[in-house]
Design a protein around this ligand. Structure first.
Ligand code: NAP
Length: 332
């Protein structure tokens, strides 16, 4: 029977998800449950690894330590943190794209609405004793929403935006989108779409192609009072360019959940430029995914993909390392 090694911390939700797998589907080996001497052989016998996907989750000597490995399933939707040089030759790497649609799309809409209605600023005014009913607000109905990335999260954002009566335009590699999208295109149309956007939501993976995609040229093409929402990865936007754009265009707003430089702990700011001094930026600390139901959903999606693979079917979300690194991992 195939052995699936879980090197992630297995909390109650993750264990409940694992308990739901039919018996006989695979032998589950939970690394943290093993005494230290048994851990080495657990790696050696694993056919599939379920792991976090950060560099710290993947041992440097993974190919030697886990010679039988045929699949690495990460729990994160984005694999931009994965150390591709440690992927064993012959093992397929799968992301968990599509597992975070509901939580992250909800958060994207929360940021979008908060920015449109300028809720943090109005709240602060009332705290200070100002009751300004002439303060401007931006409507959603009849406006144009551009969604970059029409995968799991982007499609859900498109559906919600359509529900608010927005005209939704979207960008994917295939130029295909769900029914909520009035027009879909690929990145060649980004300048045109950017100029039409009242709201632009970034829901792309961070790859070689998308790093620095939103730069001063894209920002300059956008309307002066547009709202830019990023729930994907910070580095898709050029930090300096966004900072300068926000300073010069006070009616432009950015609502950001993801950042350029993450503090090591709870203290610190996740950027190099003083975004916190700008009134036209709204900020959350990379928590779009963090609703209670998400931990269970994340593991459920990962396990369904492992089952597909073990049944001999093509798993979802196979990652092409060439999209992320110039040098491909050494082939056997
Ligand atoms: N803030 C958070 O808490 C949080 C949580 C989860 C995920 N995320 C981020 O959100 C990202 C998206 O997640 P997802 O589950 O929606 O992923 P997904 O289902 O794989 O969707 C990615 C979308 O991006 C498109 N795309 C990729 N490369 C492109 C390119 N070069 N040009 C145009 N379109 C391109 C894909 O196009 P095709 O459809 O044509 O393939 C697809 O529509 C993740 O990679 C992760 O970085 C953030």
């Amino acid at each position: 029977m195939a052995r699936v090694l879980f090197s992630v911390r297995m909390d109650e939700d993750r264990r409940a998800s694992l308990a739901g797998i039919p018996s006989g589907a695979f032998e589950a080996i939970v690394l943290e449950d093993l005494p230290s001497p048994a851990r080495e052989s657990a790696w050696a016998e694993a056919d599939v690894l379920v792991c976090g996907g950060f560099r710290a989750d993947i041992p440097e000597d993974l190919p030697a330590r886990a010679p039988r490995l045929r699949m690495v399933q990460v729990l994160l939707a984005g694999v931009d943190h994965f150390p591709f040089e440690r992927l064993p030759p012959g093992a397929v790497l799968c992301s968990n794209a599509g597992a975070y649609n509901v939580s992250v799309a909800e958060h994207a809409m929360a940021l979008l609405l908060a920015a449109a209605k300028d809720i943090p600023r109005r709240t602060e005014e009332i705290r200070r004793g100002t009751f300004d009913q002439a303060a401007p607000s931006k409507g959603l109905h009849g406006s144009t929403l551009v969604v970059l990335g029409l995968g799991g999260i982007g499609s859900e954002v498109a559906r919600l935006g359509h529900g608010f009566g927005m005209r939704v335009l979207g960008i994917s590699r295939s130029a295909q989108g769900p029914p909520a999208v009035a027009e879909a295109a690929n990145l060649d149309d980004l300048p045109r779409f950017a100029s039409l956007a009242d709201f632009l939501v970034v829901a792309l993976p961070l790859t070689r192609r998308t790093e620095g995609l939103i730069d001063r040229h894209v920002l300059a093409a956008m309307k002066d009072d547009a709202v830019l929402v990023n729930i994907a990865r910070g580095k898709i936007i050029v930090e300096d360019d966004l900072y300068e754009h926000l300073k010069v265009h006070p009616r432009f707003r950015a609502a950001l959940d993801v950042w350029w430089a993450y503090p090591a702990g709870r203290e610190g700011r996740p950027f190099h430029r003083p975004f916190h001094e700008l009134p036209n930026v709204l900020m959350t600390p990379h928590v779009a995914w963090a609703v209670p139901a998400q931990r269970r959903r994340t593991m459920d999606a990962a396990l369904q993909n492992v089952l597909l693979f073990l049944r001999g079917e093509r798993p979802r979300n196979i990652v092409d390392p060439a999209e992320y690194v110039r040098e491909l991992p050494r082939q056997a």
